[in-house]
Every structure is written in structure tokens, then in C-alpha cells.
Design a binder for this molecule. Structure first.
Ligand code: KG4
Length: 334
């Protein structure tokens, strides 16, 4: 049996995971950084310092949870980018030193590809994984993409946002509503008890690309006008506003995705990234799959946000191709 240890440190979560050569997860440890909460967003300088503090204990725990020795490892995978440079450098430097000390191969992984390949992580050997080709909607805080996969190593971004990401749009709306950062989970929670009574103007661009800047402005202007009429409008209508924002974002995401599904005659669909934790998006993607008799893959909540198990899965595919990284490589932010 082969074992891959993976490190993820692209933003504000320090994570280490070990998977075996059947893609089964033996451990997936995540240390989240609470320090950013008071600032309403991730502070890069603080994030890299916290990664420095967390990385050794997190790796140590991942080895203990997996119940294997570091000498049994076959390779070390790590997130090379994109992400915050100071955060990435901690993981890259650790991975290089660890692989060199153990004299085992080093594997660099693209963070976005790892999110998409999270669907191959197995909690049990029998777990079903997507068949190719499949179409994945990748929605995180900073990225919104439609990715077409012909094989694990052959993926093509067929659509992407030309301005803001879906997660950013939800977070911005949450900020206007004075909700804590990140706003996505709060919008989701409030929307469950609200009705989407407000309609916002949406961007209409051709093809599979997205644009959320118009929607963001429309949310801002609509709420500003409502506040002029009633200064307590936001407090009195919080749940309905949340439901309206959530519906507008999900409508926009799925309109393009459905078009791509039809055009590429896809039979397997999936969603990945932090925003894939959203309950309306999960429900409506399943409904879309039912409408076109597609198989639908929705990740477990723990694999929607940043985690090293997805980096290990992406790393294992590269390991099988003997596609190893050079010790001299560096991280990339974009
Ligand atoms: O992939 P991710 O963990 O990290 C980055 O891209 O950095 O995504 C984070 C994003 C944030 O915008 C957050 O508000 C959003 O995912 N998010 C959600 C939910 N949970 C997290 N958005 C909507 N509904 C949720 N339940």
C-alpha cells in the first residue's frame, strides 16, 4: 500500500491529510484560524504567522490519526497556488523539507484542481466516484468556474467569472446586512426562514462566463432605496433579503451551468468549493440532475472548504503518472 501525505495552506486553514493508494482517507486534520474574525476578513500577515505555529502540530496529528509512521509515506503533496503568498510559502517550504528529509517525491498541486478532484476522496473503499466526462461547478470565495473533466488530469475551464466571484457577492451582501464574516453561512441560515421577495438585476453575458458585479451593485442600490423609505428596513426584513440574495446568486450560477450541461451532453455533474456548502445550491443542483437524468455529486461539508484530503487526491493522480515536482519550485499566488 502507498501513502500520500498532503499539505494545504493557501489561505487561513492549515491542513494535513494522509490517503492511501485507494484514495481512502486515513486522516484529515484542519486547524482554522480564529484570529481573522475580528477584522472581518483574512489578514495575510496574521495568516502566515498562524500557519507557522500550526503546521508541525497538524502534521503530527495527521500521522497519529492515520496510525502510520512517516517512514511509510510514499510522497508529499502540497498546494503550490493560487492563494496568499505568505500562507503558501509556509506549506511549500515545509513540504520540500519533509520530502527531502524522507527522500521521497514531492508533488505540487493546483488548489482549484484539488477542489474539483475532492470528489475522488473516499471515506470507504466502496464509495462511488464520478465517471468521465463530468462537469463541475467550482464556487469558492475567490473563484467561480465551470470545469469540464475528460479525465483526472485533463480539465478545461469552459466558463469563469469576468469580475467578482459568487462567494464574494454573497459575502458583500452579508456585510451590507452587518452579518459576521464570512457571510455565506449566515445568509444560508437566514434564507431558510425567508422568502425571495426582492428581485435584483442580473448581468447577461454570452457563453458560459459569469459576471456578478452588476448583481452586487443592484443589491446595494435596492437596499439603499428601501432604507430611504424605511430606516429599519434591513432589521425588519433580514430573512427575506437573505433569501432574495441567495436565490439571485444560485439562479445566475445554474443558468450557465444548465446551458453547459445541455451543450456538452453531460451525464455526470458536480459542485465544489466553499459555496457548495449552500443548501439552496445543493438542492437545486440535485433537481437539475434529476431533470436531465444525470448523476449528481455533492461533496461532504468537510470537503467543501479548504482541506488537505483534496490535495492528497489530486496528488495521488500525479503520483500514479510519476509527475513529480522539482525541489527548486516556488509558490504562485495567481
Ligand atoms: O473555498 P472556500 O472555503 O475558500 C476560499 O475561496 O477562500 O470558500 C469560502 C466561501 C466564502 O465566500 C463563504 O461565505 C462561502 O464560501 N460559504 C458559503 C456557505 N458556506 C461557506 N456560501 C453560501 N452558503 C454557505 N452555506
Amino acid at each position: 500500500m502507498k501513502y500520500i501525505l498532503a499539505i494545504e495552506s493557501s489561505c487561513d486553514d492549515t491542513s494535513c491529510s494522509i490517503i492511501d493508494s485507494n484514495f481512502c482517507v486515513l486522516s484529515n486534520v484542519i486547524a482554522s484560524q480564529e484570529v481573522h474574525k475580528v477584522y472581518g476578513g483574512v489578514v495575510p500577515e496574521l495568516a502566515s504567522r498562524a500557519h507557522q505555529q500550526n503546521i508541525i502540530p497538524v502534521v503530527d496529528k495527521a500521522l497519529k490519526d492515520a496510525n502510520i509512521s512517516k517512514h511509510q509515506l510514499s510522497a508529499v503533496a502540497f498546494t503550490r497556488g493560487p492563494g496568499l503568498m505568505g500562507s503558501l510559502l509556509v506549506g511549500v517550504s515545509f513540504a520540500k523539507s519533509f520530502a527531502r528529509a524522507l527522500n521521497i517525491p514531492l508533488i505540487d498541486v493546483n488548489h482549484l484542481e484539488a477542489h474539483v478532484l475532492a470528489h475522488f476522496i473516499k471515506d470507504t473503499p466502496q464509495q462511488k466516484v464520478p465517471e468521465f466526462p463530468f462537469l463541475c461547478l467550482l464556487v469558492s470565495g475567490g473563484n467561480t468556474q465551470i470545469v469540464l473533466l475528460e479525465s483526472p488530469r485533463k480539465m478545461q475551464v469552459i466558463g469563469k467569472t469576468i469580475d467578482d466571484a459568487a462567494g464574494e457577492t454573497i459575502d458583500k451582501a452579508a456585510k451590507i446586512l452587518s452579518l459576521p464574516y464570512p457571510g455565506g453561512p449566515h445568509i444560508d441560515r437566514l434564507a431558510k426562514e425567508g422568502n425571495p421577495v426582492l428581485s435584483f438585476s442580473q448581468s447577461h453575458i454570452k457563453g458560459y462566463d459569469y459576471s456578478f458585479s452588476g448583481l452586487k451593485t443592484s443589491i446595494l442600490y435596492t437596499l439603499r432605496d428601501k432604507l430611504k423609505e424605511n430606516p429599519s428596513y434591513m432589521e425588519e426584513n433580514l430573512k427575506d433579503i437573505a433569501a432574495s440574495v441567495q436565490k439571485a446568486v444560485v439562479d445566475s450560477l445554474l443558468k450557465k451551468f444548465e446551458k453547459a450541461m445541455k451543450d456538452f451532453k453531460i451525464k455526470t455533474i458536480a459542485v465544489a468549493g466553499g459555496v457548495s456548502a449552500n443548501s439552496e445550491l445543493r438542492t437545486r443542483l440535485q433537481q437539475l440532475g434529476d431533470k436531465y437524468s444525470c448523476e449528481v455529486f455533492i461533496p461532504k461539508f468537510s470537503y467543501t472548504t479548504d482541506n488537505a484530503a483534496m490535495v492528497a487526491a489530486a496528488g495521488l493522480f500525479k503520483y500514479m503518472d510519476k509527475d513529480f515536482a522539482h525541489i527548486g519550485l516556488t509558490a504562485y499566488a495567481r
